[in-house]
Design a protein around this ligand. Sequence first.
Ligand code: BES
Ligand code: MN
Ligand code: ZN
Length: 512
Amino acid sequence: MKWLKSLALMSAMVISVVAQASPAAIKHQFTAQTKADAKVSVLLVGANQTAQVTGWSADTQAMVSAALAAKDFTGAPQQIVEILAPVGLASERLLVAGVGDSESFNRVAAEKLGAALWSYLPETADAKHAVSVDARLLNNANLVAAIAHGMDLRDYRFDRYKSDPAKTEVRHVQWAVNQAPSVADHYADYAAIAGGVFMARDIINLPGGDGYPQAIAEMVEKAVKPLGIKVTVLNPRQVERAGMGALYGVSKGSEHKAYLLALQWQGSKDAPIALVGKGNTFDTGGYNLKTSSASILRMQTDKAGGGAVIGAVMALAGQKAPVNVVAVVPLSHNLISGSALLPGDVVTAGDGTRIEVANTDAEGRLILADGIWYARDKFKPRVIADIATLTGSKVGALGTAYSAVFTEQDDVLRSMQQAGEATAELVWQLPLGPYPGIIKSNLADIANVGSPGAQAGAVFLQHFAKDTPFIHIDMAGNAYSTSANGIHPAGGNGYGVRLLTEWVKIYADIAE
Ligand code: BES
Ligand code: MN
Ligand code: ZN
């Protein structure tokens, strides 16, 4: 019997590598009062507030005040004072955390505070000894919920490749808040965003050998259906038959051929807003091989744009947002073999454009050309935003604190900048022109490279958007955090999910 059991366990493990989204590991409960059995208590205090709780004895109050004075506590953002064995309280520790002044305490600050608290809290808080957070000094239900969201975002772990993963026990946080039902409502919207971010991180973190096009398509299809999202999956034969020779070509050298994924959340009757994300599941460069170990390592993150648009549609569907949004994700595996594209080959895209593949490492724009065409042809969108880990040139120009955006529409630019500021996923505009002849080819209609590099990518993609309002987001370098920082654990960070979720809502509200 024993061997049977372990056999069942083994096959379950194999499946879980590709089929499971990481579960949320914190349970938040919002009530009017603190619970008595907490092992750790947290009190949130604003800049001009006194750390005071009705019900504290004079001794407790005196001790807390003295401890805060000794540490020069001012209530500045993320200032944390820890008091062990607080007099008169049942908890082992009391953390007093600063929130700062109310004008600058916005969503991003709240998320950061939650993340900072979570990275500070011990892992011992089980169901019986929940962390209790007293947020009754704060009167903004949305921002209290955003603190809880920040904890969730930081809490994510990707440990399915560990033979002995740390306990996945659910940890409990009990919140004492004003307007508990309203906080819970806001939190539900944030939880939908976290679900999208976690899916994006899972997608990015999957190694190239396991997270190939078909595996990603199947994993996503399974995860999004319960949310009421309509899914279309094109298999390699369908991609080829639909004429998407640019997408098909990139994956030709791999045993894992190209797929195309389309997700639609139809929460309104407006023309759809289309998001197109680069889903290159590994980038070796092709025959223009990435020849330094640093340049080829982590190229499983080359599907982060795809993760971002999938996560955004999941978030919007999870919120039942009144928007019509589609995500199109061309999925490829840019590998070499006897059947791979050669430098100088010509491929024909879905719209009929003949492309000289002057460099097989400029594969992102090839698959996106067909993704953009497919979005336009099948969904007739009112706007197209594509997002991609597209060029090293972008990293050279802007680093990783910003992504680069390229557009000719002012309202699209402004709404994206606004979404970037609201989520701290910042964007900076680079020009689309004039760059005469930037993607000129003597052999075919256009070539897939040009200079300057980031702009050549953008101009190339704009060709496939035709007259549809269009914005290109180059997020190269933004997808992956080498160490935990703020709301991001180390690894795939889900960049773009929060940005695009916000942008779709803002843009949907702009009158047609
Ligand atoms: N996926 C890379 C871009 C990239 C580089 C992302 C570094 C993240 C970090 C892309 O496919 C690529 O290889 N771009 C080339 C284009 C060039 C051959 C025109 C590049 O930027 O070097
Ligand atoms: Mn490449
Ligand atoms: Zn790439």
